[in-house]
Design a binder for this molecule. Sequence first.
Ligand SMILES: C[S@@+](CC[C@H](N)C(=O)[O-])C[C@H]1O[C@@H](n2cnc3c(N)ncnc32)[C@H](O)[C@@H]1O
Length: 264
Amino acid sequence: MVTSSGSFEEIAERLRAAGCVFAEEEARDLVEAAATADELAVMVERRAAGEPFEHVVGWVEFCGLRIVVEAGVFVPRLRTELMVAEAVARARPGAVVVDLCCGAGAVGAAVAASVGDVELHAADVDPAAVRCARRNLAVLGGHVYQGDLDGPLPAGLQGRVAVLTANVPYVPTGEIRLLPAEARLHEPRVALDGGPDGLDVLRRVVAVAPRWLAPGGHLLVETSDAQADQASQVMAAGGLDSQVVRSDELDAVVVVGRRHDGGR
Ligand SMILES: C[S@@+](CC[C@H](N)C(=O)[O-])C[C@H]1O[C@@H](n2cnc3c(N)ncnc32)[C@H](O)[C@@H]1O
């Protein structure tokens, strides 16, 4: 194929020279995604300039779904598929599922797509993320709200939530500068910065979770390996029975808290 950006080989070479490790695959997907030769040329230049591939094409594959992700919105990570698997294992058909800090809505979408019949609610503080989540969850009947943590959730959900997922920002503030440029420069700080020890938002979620969880309901949060024990202690101090789940394959850690059957 010859385009205004050159042949497929030239595009792949341009991406390779810019440091893209998967230059061939990305060239193929860019050619497929672009509607016109001019659009393709712009996409190739954006990618070569260092924008995340997912922002350039406007989607990411997550749990077998194509999730819309606009420029400037946190790109769902492969490791978060562990949180989805753990959530799915705890969500029966008909369950109320809430995804806080939902970003583009990937976690809720994947849980709903896998379990089938769930009542799904999702919320995020970032208007661009909420816009994406509304697009991604519309076909699944999900309700999406904008606001601080659980602030915008309908009061009628209190005590009814079987599964509460929250992939909160958890990078310690001092480590933001160590992140790859794609995250540091192209994802919003609010999606990454978890405060001095990375657990500020997690602590806030644990503090409000018992209000929303049904007796026996579960809270699931992703952490780094180094944070897992401390996060587990935060959950225990918040009155939840906690458990740490690890996946070497996904390089992922999820801390699961369970509200006691008798409530609190
Ligand atoms: C690490 S990203 C995860 C996004 C999504 N759950 C995923 O896994 O792709 C964290 C998200 O938390 C949101 N966020 C951060 N602080 C928040 C707050 N106080 N209230 C609501 N959302 C918040 C950010 O806007 C961002 O979308």
